[in-house]
Design a protein around this ligand. Structure first.
Ligand code: NAD
Length: 451
């Protein structure tokens, strides 16, 4: 895999001194989930007070063996006092009770002392309500203010720490455990400053050590890069995987499928009979559909030829639309299925020389948003994941200056790894993650691009 030499250098003995002397930033080597790990949090978790915080406290012993509270009368959660208590690896702040601007100071009062007491790669989650779900305009405004706060906090955090805001609908509290197992653990290493809504959903993960056990998954474009990592991560979490890539990649595809105990299918997703071939290979149906295959054919619009335009639109957007509809129509996609579309932050921001690519990626985001309400009755969720700069063959081909800028222009000062995108896809593929649908999850280190 292509590597980021600056981060290796800046974290070496000699590099650290030199980088400090010339005043360059030192991106932290991010902690990532290692196979075999059991607990989402290895360290101390501070949970604030509040109704959603009380729900979190009920399952917190499954997340860590050390939880703290702000009060001195919470059973099994000693009071945490800044400067006296141990440093924190994870923090949950319940902002759902903030309904007036005067109450926003509680954010300052809570976080100011906490910030100095964070361990490396600490995880913060703020819980609130979606402003649109509130009738009272002052309450809605206050909850929107929490969003602004959380995004700035992400930019101020240091040493690989991250923050997200989860807006929890009434009745969706039961889905908090799945979301916090992701956002309070190293699985979300390259995600920060994001806002997601959790909606009511009846499904629950049965076994947290293999959350995708018994589920069948298809990952397109999985011979290499992000797709290969997604297939590997879904298999790690217990899914049966069908790996798909173009016939030219058959050798790598079959080798990876064999290693993962999955099946390989050499097929171009833009082929006329692609849907039919997929149905034949999935006689028992499909629970997880990951449209990851994608290409770039960059040219400014003035130089864009019809073949470059058509190839990108067809493979990146029309094929996922066609295949999704066909697999729904022919009954291959089962009820409670999870669909994930691989977008890109450039689909949100636009990018010079990529009118075809960004149109296709924005189109996927629009497709997820529009399909979510249509699929809701069948319990099917559909979301887009938007990676920022990820270290792969695709980004290795970028010109040097553009590549360096892409890598550093985010709150974590580095590019992500394919595993970071794969962990997000694996979380959205869980049965309980039906609580999230029609949304975009950026895996970009809080990139300034398209924010
Ligand atoms: P990659 O080029 O390394 O891998 C893409 C895979 O898709 C390849 O194995 C390729 O053979 C396969 N593929 C292409 N066309 C296909 C077709 N018609 N049918 C079947 N398979 C096909 O790219 P990657 O960096 O791993 O990117 C994976 C996805 O993530 C793409 O959709 C890409 O647009 C998106 N993405 C990547 C980045 C990044 O920084 N690398 C950023 C944002 C989005």
């Amino acid at each position: 895999m292509p590597s980021d030499r600056y981060i290796d250098f800046a974290n070496s003995d000699m590099g650290r001194r030199l980088v400090k002397a010339v005043g360059l930033p030192t991106p932290t080597r991010l902690e990532r989930w290692q196979a075999g790990r059991l607990r989402p949090i290895e360290g101390n978790l501070l949970i604030s007070s509040g109704p959603l915080a009380d729900q979190v406290r009920q399952f917190a012993p499954r997340l860590t063996d050390a939880q703290y509270s702000l009060d001195n009368d919470v059973p099994d959660a000693p009071q945490w006092v800044a400067g006296q208590s141990p440093r924190l690896k994870a923090v949950v702040f319940d902002a759902s009770g903030l309904h007036r601007a005067e109450q926003l100071v509680q954010l300052r009062d809570f976080f100011k002392p906490v910030l100095r007491e964070l361990e490396r790669c600490a995880r913060i989650v703020i819980l609130g309500h979606a402003p649109a779900s509130l009738d009272d305009p002052l309450a809605a405004s206050t909850q929107q203010a929490v969003e602004g706060f959380s995004r700035s906090l992400g930019k101020e955090l240091r040493d690989g720490s991250t923050v997200q805001l989860l807006q929890v609908a009434t009745g969706a509290e039961a889905q908090l455990e799945g979301a916090l197992r992701f956002f309070l653990s190293p699985k979300s290493a390259f995600i920060s400053g994001q806002v997601l809504q959790l909606e009511l959903n009846g499904n629950q993960v049965q076994d947290w050590s293999r959350p995708l056990a018994g589920r069948r998954a298809l990952v397109t474009g999985s011979a290499r890069g992000i797709g290969a990592s997604i297939a590997e991560t879904l298999a790690r979490d217990g899914a049966q995987v069908l790996l798909l890539d173009v016939p030219q990649a058959r050798a790598e595809l079959e080798a990876l499928a064999a290693r993962l105990g999955g099946q390989a299918l050499a097929l171009d997703i833009s082929a006329q009979d692609a849907a039919e071939q997929l149905r034949e290979h999935l006689p028992e149906g499909l629970d997880i559909l990951v449209h990851n295959a994608g290409i770039t054919r960059d040219k400014t619009l003035a130089n864009m030829t019809p073949d470059l335009w058509d190839a990108v639109l067809d493979i990146n957007l029309q094929a996922p639309q066609r295949l999704t509809q066909a697999l729904l129509d022919n009954g291959t996609l089962r009820s409670d299925a999870r669909i994930v579309l691989m977008a890109s932050i450039s689909g949100l921001a636009g990018n010079r020389g990529q009118t075809n690519y960004t149109a296709s990626k924005a189109g996927l985001i629009g497709y997820a948003r529009a399909m979510a309400p249509i699929l809701k009755d069948r319990g099917i969720s559909i979301n887009a994941v938007a990676p920022g700069f990820i270290e792969t063959h695709m980004t290795e081909k970028m010109p040097f200056a553009l590549r360096e800028a892409g890598r550093r222009m985010n709150s974590l000062g580095q590019g992500g790894l394919p595993q970071d995108v794969a962990e997000a896809v694996a979380w959205l593929s869980q049965s309980g993650s039906g609580a999230v649908s029609g949304q975009v999850l950026r895996v970009c280190g809080q990139s300034v691009i398209g924010a």
